[in-house]
Design a protein around this ligand. Sequence first.
Ligand SMILES: NC(=O)c1ccc[n+]([C@@H]2O[C@H](COP(=O)([O-])OP(=O)(O)OC[C@H]3O[C@@H](n4cnc5c(N)ncnc54)[C@H](O)[C@@H]3O)[C@@H](O)[C@H]2O)c1
Ligand SMILES: O=C(O)C[C@H](O)C(=O)O
Length: 311
Amino acid sequence: MKVTIVGAGNVGATCADVISYRGIASEVVLLDIKEGFAEGKALDIMQCATDTGFNTRVIGVTNDYSKTANSDVVVVTSGIPRKPGMTREELIGINAGIVKSVVENILKYSPNTIIVMVSNPMDTMTYLALKSTGLPKNRIIGMGGILDSSRFRTYLSLALDKPANDVSGMVIGGHGDTTMIPLTRLASYNGIPVSQFLSEEVLQKVAADTMVGGATLTGLLGTSAWYAPGASVAFLVDSILNDQKRMIACSVYVEGEYGQNDICIGVPCIIGKNGVEEIIDIKLDDKEKVLFAKSADAVRAMNEALKSILA
Ligand SMILES: NC(=O)c1ccc[n+]([C@@H]2O[C@H](COP(=O)([O-])OP(=O)(O)OC[C@H]3O[C@@H](n4cnc5c(N)ncnc54)[C@H](O)[C@@H]3O)[C@@H](O)[C@H]2O)c1
Ligand SMILES: O=C(O)C[C@H](O)C(=O)O
């Protein structure tokens, strides 16, 4: 199975690294516009093969889309990341142009591929990719909810002082500092509601920390995060390539689900070899429904900024 990753920067290269050492794909192509950059990252990753024991072939190319031909999955991480103090939405001006031309180039060589969108603002970029290419909605998947859910589970595990893998929880809604919805009511510690162990005040703090999880890391690192984002993309790619049908919160095009239409927003999805195979319409309580509607309004408003590029 072949995966192309466009953008060999922090997230793209980390994703290529995780896909390789976990043996998720047999071939990974890293593509970047910076001369020699993707080639260097690919060679560095390949030189881990003997020490970590993988056989994935990783190649790097400078803007040569012919080398990406017949990719099963293409991950788009090209574009600029935010700096401390910025929102993801402020990246739209530069990233929209990059994303539109990248997906056009990709489809020339891999017309049947599934696209995983990572570039921010991710929900808006996912919508742009869908509308500009006209691809069926199952083949455009925005990565954000899985990362936000990993952060939610991390903060819950720290509050519980228990291993993160014993904690389950999901974040739906937009992938923005104010649009995420960590579902604290449904989070559990080995099937037991976390509310049996944590006070409402602590749960509210966990939710607030989760929502600004990306901004916190951007403040600490000077640019946005890459280890967890790279691992989250690899997890998603694994579910597609190996037809695992995992339930993963992804940004996908909704047509009536959760009472919304004509936006891409984070909802629980079954992800398999056909991409988005099902959207799970879970029962939200009244408070969660209000939060989801507010989140959807904000995501929809951002799509307005795409009018000229989609005209
Ligand atoms: N959805 C998420 O959860 C999530 C998580 C982390 C980062 N991001 C986003 O992913 C993007 C990348 O982040 P990063 O930290 O890897 O940034 P980075 O600057 O390290 O890497 C971006 C790479 O894209 C390349 N690039 C730019 N234009 C290109 C083009 N037209 N074709 C090919 N390559 C091109 C750059 O040369 C650079 O190497 C940002 O927009 C960031 O906000 C999203
Ligand atoms: O925070 C960012 O800007 C990058 C990414 O969306 C993240 O959540 O880490």
